[in-house]
Ligand binder design. Structure first.
Ligand code: SAH
Ligand code: SF4
Length: 338
């Protein structure tokens, strides 16, 4: 606003229109002078994020597929109130948002990485997922998890810009403790995140308690080993004075042995981390499957024997292709879009 020769308070007015009143055109911004509105419309554009598909229904997990200005497809998942997800109160509505189109990290089990990486999302494309989902669902979202498509810490600057908007009182006003960033293991970037003043939560997608298992399913582990990653986690915990979460997908005959459970417990105790066990969602074209219910429960019981706070996610969203990247992949195959 200052560079346009406007008084500073115009910035506040603009933010109000964008994030509180959720204007869809500059024309609606009635307390801005007409010539300024025209100037803005000539230089900038408002959201081109469009919802093209919604799966699921109210009271269940709902999945939103978006088309961006350049026709790329991304997805978000809206998770209804559920007990103690990522440290949140049980009455919170959580959205799982994407940070990249595709993913470059190529974890063997994940649909997001299957077709490689296209590009980083810009800060507004990250924030738009929340605004568009609130508009479509009519619900206020109060918990954000960066667990959609892409590796958030590989899009570090745009992620932080988006978080600032999400957190700011002039933006969406969601407290940093209700924002969780998930990483597959970018140890140096998670140290950088620890240096940020905001009390953002960190989740580590561990999925294996040994380098042997992680090397098999997550190529990133060859760059940053478990020990490197846990040391970075240690650093996060000591700076932020908060618990972190280990995400652990249970994949049959890959990472579900009792031995792996005991080792996972050891890592969790060392970092005072909570463990979220997630039965694997099958992805079309990939050979992996989830262990039997008994085996899942056994794995959980071992963690609890060690007094590790642990949860096992019991069915939510399997039927709507809710694991990251699945809906996009399916839609692309159907529509043969880009
Ligand atoms: N790239 C980041 C964040 C996005 S992935 C990361 O990997 O942490 C979000 C979560 O979904 C990760 O824990 C990921 O491992 C998990 N996930 C991916 N594919 C899945 C599948 N088929 N079934 C269940 N969870 C899956
Ligand atoms: Fe990328 Fe995360 Fe999927 Fe791995 S699990 S391919 S890092 S989105």
């Amino acid at each position: 606003m200052v560079s346009l020769g406007q008084p500073q308070y115009r910035a506040g007015q603009l933010a109000e229109w964008l994030y509180k009143k959720r204007a869809t055109s500059f024309d609606q911004m009635s307390d801005l002078p007409r010539d300024l509105r025209e100037q803005l419309a000539g230089r900038f554009s408002l959201s081109k994020t469009e919802i093209v598909r919604v799966l699921g229904s109210r009271d269940t997990t709902r999945k939103f597929l978006f088309r961006l200005g350049d026709d790329s497809l991304i997805e978000s998942v809206l998770i209804p109130a559920s007990p103690a997800l990522y440290g949140s109160r049980s009455d919170r509505r959580t959205i799982c948002v994407s940070t990249q189109v595709g993913c470059a990290y190529g974890c063997k089990f994940c649909a997001s990485g299957l077709e490689g990486f296209s590009r980083n999302l810009r800060p507004n494309e990250i924030v738009d997922q929340i605004i568009a989902t609130e508009r479509e669902s009519g619900e206020k979202i109060d918990n954000i998890v960066f667990m959609g498509m892409g590796e958030p810490l590989a899009n570090f600057d745009n992620l932080l810009s988006a978080i600032r908007i999400i957190n700011a009182p002039w933006g969406l006003g969601i407290g940093a403790r209700h924002i969780t960033v998930s990483t597959s293991g970018l140890a140096p970037q998670s140290r950088k995140l620890a240096e940020q003043p905001l009390q953002i939560r960190l989740a580590i997608s561990l999925h294996g308690a040994t380098d042997a298992v992680r090397n098999r399913i997550m190529p990133i582990n060859r760059r940053y080993s478990i020990e490197t990653l846990l040391a970075a986690g240690d650093d996060y915990v000591s700076r932020k004075k908060q618990r972190l979460t280990f995400e652990y997908i249970l994949i049959k005959d890959v990472n579900d042995s009792e031995e792996e459970a005991h080792l996972l417990a050891k890592h969790a105790l060392r970092l005072r981390a909570k463990v979220n066990l997630i039965p694997y969602n099958t992805v079309q074209g990939l050979p992996w499957s989830r262990p039997s219910q008994d085996r899942q429960e056994k794995f959980l019981a071992i963690l609890r024997e060690h007094e590790v706070p642990a949860t096992l996610r019991r069915e939510k969203g399997h039927d709507i292709e809710a694991a990251c990247g699945q809906l996009r992949l399916q839609t692309k195959r159907e529509l043969q879009l880009r």
